[in-house]
Structures are given as C-alpha cells and as structure tokens.
Design a protein around this ligand. Structure first.
Ligand code: ZN
Length: 289
C-alpha cells in the first residue's frame, strides 16, 4: 500500500500540504535568520524584490529566540491505526527489545480520539514555535483514517544526528492517557530512565526538559497527575520513542481523556491552545536557558 501517496493525496485534498515534515523536507519556518525568514512566514508581498523600491524604514525585528533551532514534535498515534492492525502490530525494536509498531491510542467518552487531540495540539504548537523562529519537524504528515503510523522507533529517530534531514535540538512526544479509575486526572510528563547504550546520552537534559514542561503546564493551570508519576513527572525505560532518541526527549501525557474535566479542556480549541502555549513556553525555556 503506497501510504505516502495516500497521505500526500489526502493532504492536497484538505489543503493541508504546508510543507514537508517527517521526510526531511524543509518546512516554511526555517531558513536564514532574520528578515528573509520572517518574510517566508508572512503571506504579505516581499518588499525587497524590487530593485527600484525606495528605502523603507527598517521595522523593529520580531524577536526570534529560537532561530536556528530544530524541534521535533511527535503527535502520538494516527487516526487510521485501528484500520491497519497488521501494520501497527508488527513488532519493532523499541530499544533493545521488541514492541508493537504503534497502538490505536485512547479517546474521550464523547469519542474524541487521542490521535486527533495530539495532532491538533502539535499543529498549534508548531505555529507558535515557528513564530519564535524554530524549524519544526512533525513525525507524521497528517491526521487521517486512511493512514497509519509511523512506528515508535521512527518517531524516536526523526531528527537524530545521522538521520535524513536536519539535526534536532529537542523532541516532544504528545499523548493523552486513558484511565477509567475515578479521580484519575491531570497530566504527567515521561522522561527516559537509564537504559545503557540507549538513553545515557540524553538522560540529564531530558530531565531538565521534563521539569520545564511540568512547570509550564502547572503555570498554565493544569494539574499534575493524581495517579501516575511524582509531581507530574514519570520515568520509563520501556518506551521506544524515548529510547531511540539521541536528542533530549520527553513524552507529555497531557491529561486523562477518560476524566470529564480533562476531556473538556482537550475537546475545546481554547483548551488545546492553552496546552500548546504551555508547551511552547517550556520548549523556549529549555532551549534558551
Ligand atoms: Zn498515546
């Protein structure tokens, strides 16, 4: 099945083909630092193209604190995963052991899927990070019932030094949990634990990244998990996406989709913007401090 063809076709159909993501093609937010880059992001006409144009006052440059930085965003799952059981159940190397390529993810009780939530938060977050000057790579190109994957190992490798495309500075995997226990609510940020030969290189900076995310989410009014981790941070060695990353990485479980209050924040655009704003604050803090 030519998944890539299907994906591109779907993107064209929905008008979402904004730039390459997982295949290493530059997206719209990169390029040289400064006015050229700013112009690229703008839909207005480029004033510098006419040699006869009179000199115009130099506008105050927009601060672009993340210029030159590369951020990988990994929106968890894919909307079509359930329709491709053979593909997503195929085992891949998850960091010295085998694990299913991917899973279907969870949903709210209203049926709002985790794959859609993570996609919508990632797209909103990409917009905010690009505004700060970052180049953003997504690990999947769209959210579609006709697509599956990628597998967890690929999600963890995109942006690693030596992989096709630019070298990333940081990777944030975006998920939401699905726990039916009563009183189970709130977010938790998962950082990699010690796994010799796999996570040694990213252990310390990933802890700092996890703290940055936790602090930004709390500052944005989100509550740390009542049922997992400690003060909103958990440590795991069994997650392929974390194990494969050679750049600082965390997996943000932004809330419990089965909790009514968490679900409200996730299902509303304003709630997703609040998540994205907090994550942008965290990535900025991590990369500039
Ligand atoms: Zn998930």
């Amino acid at each position: 099945m030519p998944r890539r063809v299907a994906v591109v076709t779907a993107l064209l159909a929905t008008g979402l083909l904004l730039g390459g993501c997982g295949d290493g093609r530059p997206d719209g937010g990169d390029g040289p630092v400064g006015r050229t880059s700013a112009t690229t992001d703008s839909s207005s006409a480029a004033p510098a193209s006419s040699p006869t144009a009179p000199p115009t006052p130099t506008p105050t440059p927009t601060p672009r604190p993340l210029a030159g930085r590369v951020v990988v965003l990994d929106p968890g799952h894919q909307l079509g995963n359930a329709r491709f059981p053979a593909e997503i159940n195929r085992e891949v190397d998850a960091g010295g052991f085998d694990k299913a390529c991917n899973t279907t993810g969870t949903s709210t009780d209203d049926g709002y899927p985790e794959a859609t939530f993570t996609w919508e938060v990632a797209v909103e977050l990409r917009k905010r990070l690009r505004r700060l000057g970052a180049r953003v790579l997504l690990t999947r190109d769209e959210n579609s019932t006709g697509a599956w994957g990628p597998c967890i190992d690929e999600r963890g490798r995109i942006g690693n030094p030596g992989e096709p495309g630019p070298d990333a500075d940081v990777r944030v995997s975006i998920h939401a949990d699905g726990n039916r226990s009563s009183a189970a609510h709130g977010f938790h940020v998962i950082r990699p634990g010690q796994r010799e030969g796999w996570t040694d290189d990213v252990l310390v900076p990933s802890e700092r990244l996890a703290v940055a995310l936790r602090d930004a989410l709390v500052a944005a009014g989100f509550s740390p998990s009542t049922y997992l981790g400690e003060d909103g941070i958990d440590v795991r060695t069994d997650l392929g996406t974390l194990n494969h990353s050679d750049v600082p990485v965390v997996m943000a479980e932004l809330g419990n989709m089965r909790d009514a209050d968490d679900a409200v924040a996730m299902e509303r655009a304003a709630g997703r913007q609040r998540y994205a704003r907090a994550l942008a604050t965290a990535v900025r803090a991590f990369l500039t401090s």
